[in-house]
Design a protein around this ligand. Structure first.
Ligand SMILES: Cc1cc2nc3c(=O)[nH]c(=O)nc-3n(C[C@H](O)[C@H](O)[C@H](O)COP(=O)(O)OP(=O)(O)OC[C@H]3O[C@@H](n4cnc5c(N)ncnc54)[C@H](O)[C@@H]3O)c2cc1C
Length: 567
């Protein structure tokens, strides 16, 4: 059996769970939105209007030849040095390709901890088996069929080779791989397929992290990443891409390339694109947990070059955007000035399946679901937010809940993590409410009149469900019910945290970008969040690490293909 997570408190603090990190444009912790600016009963109307009018694509910039201060030539241009770009560069270096890797940021992005891989050497050594056809079809079901199954299969088939490569590279940096496997996992009344694919190198947020290690390894092989190189447009014509133009601190630079890989991430940091393409996500999000340099540049450049894009959106949203009472989800400010209203990066307790109610004080969904389900359910609730409520026994409750992935808290509780540590961000912001009576808690949470009556009645009803071990309203599994009887009582309002977007340019199983007629655009590839054809509507969070997993494997696949080493 696999080694289970055995983390200490310091590791936990490193995970960013308590980090009230400065999200883009801090909105403070006091209620930000006057009642008359509320999104209203559905929370979607304002954003739908924006969708109808926004010109998120814009026009391709015209750059005169005389503005180019330097021209470089390469066989393989990799644009973006994040999860996908580094995987491509790592393989390109090992395979002896002539390549250049550029990024508009000043350093590689923060490493995201879980890397999904199927039937890796480590998993095999620990007798973990994955039902590959079932996994392929689970991911397809998640995408409602709006995906390229051959591409998904490529991830399933190629992922072990990539994770094994990272495992070796990380071992050289002194970090051992592990599978984050709960001792016994069940999704209760639900029937999600939860394969153990999530590989970790702990402590995952403490340097050197995966991205750092791969970047340093590249430097050691003589390949410096060109930072502060912002791709403005692709060079294209006659159905072919031949490089790109970059804005750099020294002026415009042209890179001519036989092949170009877009690995520029998604568009979560672009409020115009978000409002236009993902109104349902915007309507329930309060927290900016995304990489601020992921502004959809690659998607727009690809479209300018004749590519096609997924029709439906796919956001990655977690249920951790703690906010003050009265704050609505959605942007404050319009167009490119739009800023989500919360100032907490991620308050992880939001993902625990405690009772959650809307502004009317009423439950509205089963709380024991993947992270984004409660967020999407809140899209159709007043203000797009919800309130989570629990009592003094919350630590015992969370041990019993035994959630998976990055909401998995049992090892940290066993390592001594306290409630105050777990909720430090919301406590420091003054938005975690604590009271000796439920009446007082209702007042602190902002419930008045009928809403307060509803809230108190809902707690009583929920306690009855706990006693009977049956959720008559939403069918939540019995072990994920909890009593709310023991003072002190706690409550906090939440919206979604927007992490990234995972719909993008349509690609085939070799990551070649496709035009609207499904013809390959010669010389153009896409990997990671800039690319689509994998997810639709949401992120299959129970397949933990599949986002980094597919991003890396796609990037690596392109490098291997160009080196003639891909199957
Ligand atoms: C807080 C958080 C936690 C997450 N945790 C996990 C996890 O545990 N497991 C998991 O599987 N997924 C996780 N994800 C999602 C995962 O990080 C992404 O799906 C994955 O990193 C996508 O890889 P990428 O290479 O496409 O994008 P990124 O890794 O974001 O890299 C894109 C790069 O492109 C650069 N770029 C953008 N525009 C340009 C331009 N015009 N010119 C040049 N460079 C440009 C950016 O600066 C950036 O460095 C998490 C995401 C977030 C935000």
């Amino acid at each position: 059996m696999s080694k289970n997570l055995s983390l200490n408190r310091r590791d936990f603090l490193g995970l960013g769970a308590v980090a009230a990190m400065g999200a883009v444009g801090l909105a403070g912790c006091a209620p930000q939105t006057p009642a008359d600016q509320s999104l209203g009963e559905t929370g979607t109307a304002d954003n739908s209007d924006a969708a109808a009018t926004a010109d998120w694509l814009g026009a391709e910039p015209e750059i005169a030849e005389s503005d180019i201060v330097e021209t470089l030539d390469t066989d393989f241009l990799i644009i973006g040095a994040g999860t996908a770009g580094l995987a491509a560069a790592g393989a390109a270096a090992d395979l002896g390709l002539d390549f250049i890797v550029c990024d508009k940021a000043t350093q590689v992005p923060e490493t995201r901890e879980y890397l999904g891989g199927v039937d890796t050497a480590y998993a095999k050594a620990n007798n973990v088996t994955i039902d590959r056809p079932k996994l392929l079809n689970e991911l397809t079901r998640y995408a409602s069929g709006k995906c390229n199954q051959k591409l998904i299969k490529m991830w399933i088939d190629d992922s072990a080779e990539y994770v094994d490569w990272v495992t070796e590279v990380m071992a050289e940096a002194g970090k051992e791989v592990m599978l984050d496997m709960p001792p016994e996992h069940a999704t209760g009344g639900t029937d999600y397929y939860v394969p153990y694919v999530q590989h970790l190198w702990e402590p995952s947020y403490v340097p050197p992290t995966r991205n750092d290690v791969i970047a340093e390894r590249l430097a050691g092989q003589g390949h410096e990443i060109l930072f502060e190189h912002k791709m403005l447009k692709l060079l294209h014509g006659d159905g072919k891409v031949t490089g790109a133009i970059f804005e750099t601190k020294d002026g415009m630079k042209q890179v001519n390339a036989k092949n170009t890989l877009l690995a520029t991430g998604g568009y979560a940091a672009n409020p115009v694109m978000m409002s236009a393409l993902q109104p349902a996500a915007v309507a329930c999000c309060t927290a900016s947990s995304f990489n601020p340099t992921c502004t959809g540049d690659g998607i727009r450049a690809g479209l300018w070059a004749g590519a096609s894009k997924d029709i439906d959106a796919a956001p990655m949203i977690f249920d951790r955007g703690a906010v003050a009472p009265g704050v609505d989800a959605g942007y404050e400010g319009t167009d490119e000035d739009g800023v989500l209203r919360g100032n907490i990066f991620q308050e992880n307790i939001g993902s625990q399946p405690f009772m959650k109610v809307n502004r009317r004080g009423q439950r509205f969904a089963n709380e024991s679901t993947p992270y984004d389900f409660i967020c999407f359910a809140a899209t159709y609730q007043p203000g797009g937010v919800w309130c989570q409520v629990y009592d003094a026994n919350m630590m015992d409750d969370m041990v019993r809940f035994e959630t998976v992935g990055c909401s998995r808290v049992v090892p940290y509780i066993q390592a001594g993590m306290t409630f105050d540590e777990y909720t430090a961000a919301s406590q420091e912001s003054g938005i975690l409410m604590k009271a000796d009576t439920l009446e007082e808690l209702a007042d602190l949470l902002g419930f008045t009149g009928t809403d307060k009556d509803n809230f108190l009645a809902e707690v009583e009803r929920y306690n009855g469900f706990y006693d009977a071990q049956v959720d008559e309203d939403f069918g939540k599994e019995a072990y994920r019910l909890s009593a709310i009887r023991q003072a002190p009582f706690y409550g906090c309002w939440f919206g979604g945290t927007l992490l990234t977007t995972i719909d993008g340019l349509r690609i085939n199983e070799h990551c070649q970008v496709l035009d609207p007629e499904l013809n390959v655009i010669e010389g153009l590839y896409a990997a990671g969040d800039v690319s689509g054809s994998f997810f639709s509507g949401n992120y299959p969070e129970y397949i933990v690490g599949v986002a980094c997993g597919r991003s890396s494997v796609e990037g690596r696949h392109v490098a291997k293909l160009l080196a003639g080493a891909a199957e």
